[in-house]
Design a protein around this ligand. Structure first.
Ligand code: 5RP
Length: 219
């Protein structure tokens, strides 16, 4: 099975967890795009969606699914999103698509966070994938220097502006044995909007698609 087929298998497994009448939190990325396509077939049975990006909002609307503002929605029963890396402890790196801040907000507002990945993303320790950090533009160099001080090599994501009007630094060569501690440390740097570590509010359920089917890991 190729990576795209695995992503679709994980997305279909997540759809099984969507109940009638639910308002669903929807993430961003190619794996979630499979989920949105599948959710389209159930559009009359869900109350709508709260989206983590303009890109996903467009896809949801095209699929005939109503997109609500989080401010009008309250807490969500379920949030479905992908990840760039995940551990068996359900700590994640996210933000490869640059939507990490809104993803963090929707995850925080959701009672259950279902993360869907293909098995190439399961790692023993986070850090192989460059860690995305969303930064206020005027603080780019300042934050980059601080990230070097933490042992990383930040690379400015050229030509990319987030949905919130900010920039992304992708931090290479970090070893992350304690994701929650690093999430807090980077999150406290002046100018940082969000760090793509999801450990303090990691996934509740990880659906990992491989050649032999979809495996479920629980926190
Ligand atoms: C976007 C994300 C995505 O979940 C992550 O990049 C995975 O994307 P894909 O499903 O395309 O592999 O965090 O900000």
């Amino acid at each position: 099975m190729n990576a795209d087929a695995k992503k679709r298998a994980a997305a279909l497994a997540a759809l099984e967890l969507v109940e009638d009448g639910m308002l669903v939190g929807v993430g961003t990325g190619s794996t979630v795009n499979h989920f949105i396509a599948a959710l389209a077939g159930r559009r009359h049975r869900v109350a709508g969606a709260v989206s983590s990006s303009e890109a996903s909002s467009r896809l949801l609307r095209t699929a005939g699914i109503e997109v609500l503002e989080l401010n009008d929605a309250g807490d969500l029963a379920l949030y479905v999103d992908g990840a760039d890396e995940a551990t068996r402890h359900l700590d994640l790196i996210k933000g490869g698509g640059g939507a990490l801040t809104r993803e963090k907000i929707v995850a925080a507002a959701s009672r259950r966070f279902i993360c869907i990945i293909d098995d190439s993303k399961l790692v023993p320790m986070l850090g192989r994938f460059p860690l995305p950090v969303e930064v206020i533009p005027m603080a780019r160099s300042l934050v980059a220097r601080r990230l070097v001080g933490l042992g990383g090599q930040p690379v400015y994501r050229q030509g990319f502006t987030t949905d919130n009007g900010n920039v992304i630094l992708d931090v290479h060569n970090l070893k992350i044995p304690d994701p929650a501690a690093l999430e807090a440390e980077i999150g406290l740097l002046a100018g940082v909007v969000a760090v793509g570590l999801f450990a303090r509010r990691g996934a509740d359920l990880l659906l990992v698609a491989g050649d032999d089917g979809v495996h479920t890991l629980k926190r």
